[in-house]
Design a protein around this ligand. Structure first.
Ligand SMILES: NC(=O)c1ccc[n+]([C@@H]2O[C@H](COP(=O)([O-])OP(=O)(O)OC[C@H]3O[C@@H](n4cnc5c(N)ncnc54)[C@H](O)[C@@H]3O)[C@@H](O)[C@H]2O)c1
Length: 254
């Protein structure tokens, strides 16, 4: 893909799942990648991707719900990479509650998925301006388009991501920064397994049920999403901004 080689990318939540696949794909495309994640495993992820691709991959342990940690993380980026060209806002919590959600549960999920994402973008912006422009990719979901039973807390945040995307596309265009969201259908990551535990359901039965919701009859893979993220971050997508890119195996079309 055009325009990725030698660029600096920050991927939040890159220790596992989709974030890991995105970090890997951007590294394969020649980017220097920074993984921001709560989990220490991110260090191992960064090392193994860097060894495989031969490009630098760095890890910073950061809770994106803590503004001071975000500021400190970008100070580290600035010391080494000086600027940021690509920001992928991928980190999220999966608190799956309906009308019964408590104020603590609402605060916990909003603090990461909406406020944390916004603060990462705010504090990353000076380094993107320094680069003279770039691309922000926010992870929304089919859950940002439709209602799903007992998912109110999560879906509200994924709808919010699409709103942030459209507002930031307008606000950041004077700085030559494009902003888009990528919206996967169900992808079988650690989050899927954890959600099954949270909801008390069998993962294989749930996989069979969910697969039927997609025209393609299956869940997607992390690599099927990471390629689209790399595309929308690249110069091949230079006329795409404020857009939602569906990677959902036909979930919404059905
Ligand atoms: N898996 C799916 O089916 C699916 C579908 C649509 C959209 N998405 C979106 O894709 C993104 C990644 O999902 P996933 O399935 O890979 O999830 P995951 O739970 O497997 O990985 C999420 C990562 O984010 C990190 N993280 C969570 N809270 C954090 C915090 N406060 N600070 C820093 N890091 C934090 C976790 O440690 C983890 O490494 C999310 O935004 C999710 O909403 C996932």
């Amino acid at each position: 893909m055009r325009g990725l080689k030698g660029k600096t990318a920050v991927v939040t939540g890159g220790a596992q799942g989709l974030g890991r696949a995105i970090a890997q794909r951007l590294s394969e495309e020649g980017c220097n990648v920074w993984i921001f994640d709560l989990k220490r495993d991110g260090e191992e992820t960064a090392d193994s991707i860097g060894q495989a691709t031969g490009n630098p991959v760095y890890f910073v342990q950061v809770d994106i719900a803590a503004e001071q940690q975000i500021e400190a993380a970008f100070r580290r980026v600035a010391e080494v990479s000086e600027q940021v060209d690509i920001l992928v806002n991928n980190a999220a919590r999966f608190i799956l509650k309906g009308i019964e959600a408590t104020s603590q549960e609402w605060k916990a999920i909003l603090d990461v998925n909406v406020i944390g994402t916004s603060l990462v973008t705010q504090h990353g912006l000076p380094l993107m301006k320094k680069a003279g422009g770039g691309a922000i990719v926010n992870l929304s979901s089919v859950s940002g388009f439709v209602g799903q039973s007992s998912f109110a807390t999560y879906n509200a945040t994924k709808f919010a991501i699409r709103g942030l995307t459209k507002c930031w596309a307008i606000d950041l265009s004077p700085f030559h920064i494009r902003v888009n969201s990528v919206c996967p259908g169900y992808i079988r990551t650690e989050a899927f397994e954890n959600s099954c535990v949270q909801l008390g359901i069998d993962p294989e039965e749930e996989n069979a049920r969910i697969s039927q919701l997609h025209i393609l009859g299956r869940q997607g893979t992390a690599e099927e999403v990471s390629g689209v993220v790399a595309f929308v971050a690249s110069d091949d997508a230079s006329f795409i901004t404020g857009e939602d890119l569906m990677v959902d195996g036909g979930y919404l079309a059905k």
